[in-house]
Structure formats: structure tokens, C-alpha cells
Write a protein that binds this ligand. Structure first.
Ligand code: HEC
Ligand code: HEC
Ligand code: HEC
Ligand code: HEC
Length: 123
């Protein structure tokens, strides 16, 4: 009986571990929003940007030598409050990354969002 209980416990622990690993995988969509942000969160379709819009990892994860093996969050370097060293503050880094590409794409006939409320959508 005792070893059976032990086995059940082991299975549960393995299961929880598997879930925690799955949780660490890349999400299809990220809700971009930091604590204290005033504007509504931005639903960022990570998977679509890679698969449908064919954007290379390094365009965004520009400081990670090999994004497939892990990346650092933008706000690790791009501080929310102020520019730190060469790294512009987070709002400028995000807006520059996202909006400049969208403008370029739209000149080529696409319809990527460039207006505030197209990205910061009220729930
Ligand atoms: C258009 C920009 C963009 C592209 C292209 C992109 N990413 Fe991301 N990625 C992000 C953003 C934004 C986040 C959300 C985390 C953050 O804000 O730093 C993120 C999150 C991640 C995370 C999770 C990070 C964490 O700490 O939770 C991983 C891993 C990742 N990306 C890997 C990749 C890989 C691999 C590719 C290419 C196959 C890729 N990304 C392409 C912008 C991008
Ligand atoms: C390891 C630190 C680090 C990480 C992580 C990082 N950046 Fe940067 N970023 C910098 C630094 C430093 C600069 C200044 C120019 C340079 O060194 O490339 C910069 C510059 C930029 C610029 C150009 C700004 C300009 O005025 O030309 C953009 C846009 C940008 N980052 C967006 C992002 C985004 C989006 C993410 C997350 C997907 C991100 N960065 C992750 C450190 C980082
Ligand atoms: C290098 C180019 C590029 C970058 C960088 C980029 N995008 Fe996009 N984005 C696109 C393209 C292409 C489309 C699709 C336009 C179309 O289909 O008409 C798009 C569409 C979108 C859409 C609307 C469709 C959807 O998939 O939800 C949102 C929202 C969006 N992008 C958010 C972001 C955010 C937020 C960032 C910055 C973290 C970002 N994008 C960075 C190229 C880019
Ligand atoms: C292409 C998508 C996109 C567009 C267009 C856009 N933003 Fe953002 N913005 C972002 C992302 C991504 C962030 C970083 C995550 C977050 O919202 O906290 C951000 C952050 C911010 C922040 C800092 C966080 C906060 O909410 O306090 C402000 C302020 C902001 N944006 C205002 C604006 C305004 C005003 C406009 C229009 C002039 C605008 N944004 C247009 C994507 C966008």
C-alpha cells in the first residue's frame, strides 16, 4: 500500500513538472502590459508574426545571440522609467520596433496597426 501511494505521488509530481515546463514555452499571443501601465494591454500575436508575417526572431530579440535557446524580456534592458545607458526606455523601444515596421509594411499595401487604439484596445 505504502509504495502504491508513493507511486501515485510520484506521478502527480511528474505531471505538475510537465505542466510547469509547458507553461515556460512560447505563447501564441502575449498580452503586453507592464505594472502601472495606463493604456490597455496590447494583444501581440507572436506566432503569427513569425509564421504568417515572416519576421525574423532577431528583428525583435536583437540582443539574443540565439533566440531559439531563450531570450531576455525587452524590459530587462529597456527600463520602464528612463533610458539606461544606450538602451532607450521601454515605451520608445516597443513603439519604434512595432510601429516603424508597420508603417513600412503599410507603404507596401498591408494594413498593420499604427493608431493608438488599434494596438491598445479597450477590453
Ligand atoms: C515582432 C517581434 C518578435 C518576433 C519576430 C519574435 N519575438 Fe519572441 N517575443 C517578442 C515579445 C514582445 C515577447 C514578450 C516578452 C517581452 O515583452 O519581452 C516575446 C517573447 C518570447 C519568448 C518568451 C520570453 C519570456 O521570458 O517569457 C520567447 C522564448 C521568444 N519570444 C522567442 C522567440 C523566437 C525563438 C522567435 C523567432 C522564431 C521570436 N521570439 C520572434 C517579440 C518577438
Ligand atoms: C540585453 C539587453 C536588451 C534586450 C533584452 C533588448 N534590448 Fe533593445 N536595445 C538595447 C540597447 C543597449 C540598445 C541601444 C542600441 C544597441 O546597442 O543596439 C537597444 C536598442 C533598441 C531599439 C532601437 C532604438 C533606436 O532608437 O534606434 C529598439 C527598437 C529596441 N531596442 C527594441 C527592443 C525590443 C522590442 C526588445 C524585446 C523584444 C529589446 N529591444 C530587447 C538592449 C536590449
Ligand atoms: C518587422 C515587421 C513587424 C514588427 C517588428 C512588428 N510587426 Fe506587427 N505586423 C506586421 C505585419 C506584416 C502585420 C500584418 C499586416 C497585414 O496583414 O495587413 C502585423 C500585424 C499586427 C497586428 C494586427 C494583426 C494581428 O496579428 O493581431 C498587431 C496587433 C500587431 N502587428 C502588433 C505588433 C506589436 C505589438 C509589435 C511590437 C512588439 C509588432 N506588431 C511588431 C509586422 C511587424
Ligand atoms: C503597433 C502597436 C502600438 C501602437 C500603434 C501604439 N502602441 Fe503604445 N505600446 C505598445 C506596446 C507593445 C507597449 C508596451 C506594453 C504596454 O502596453 O505596457 C506600449 C506602451 C505604451 C505606453 C507605456 C505603458 C502605459 O500604458 O502607460 C504608453 C503610454 C503608450 N504605449 C501610448 C501609446 C499612444 C498614445 C499611442 C498612439 C499615439 C500608442 N501607444 C500607439 C504598442 C503600440
Amino acid at each position: 500500500m505504502k509504495s502504491k501511494k508513493g507511486l501515485v505521488l510520484l506521478i502527480i509530481v511528474c505531471f505538475l513538472f510537465a505542466i510547469s515546463l509547458a507553461g515556460a514555452q512560447i505563447q501564441d499571443v502575449y498580452k503586453l502590459h507592464w505594472e502601472g501601465a495606463k493604456f490597455p494591454p496590447v494583444d501581440f500575436t507572436h506566432k503569427k508574426h513569425i509564421e504568417e508575417y515572416k519576421v525574423d526572431c532577431k528583428v525583435c530579440h536583437h540582443k539574443d545571440p540565439n533566440p531559439d535557446q531563450g531570450v531576455q524580456k525587452c524590459i530587462t534592458c529597456h527600463d520602464i522609467a528612463e533610458a539606461k545607458g544606450d538602451a532607450p526606455k521601454a515605451i520608445d523601444a516597443y513603439h519604434k520596433n512595432c510601429i516603424e515596421c508597420h508603417k513600412k509594411e503599410n507603404e507596401a499595401g498591408k494594413a498593420a496597426p499604427t493608431k493608438c487604439n488599434e494596438c491598445h484596445k479597450k477590453a
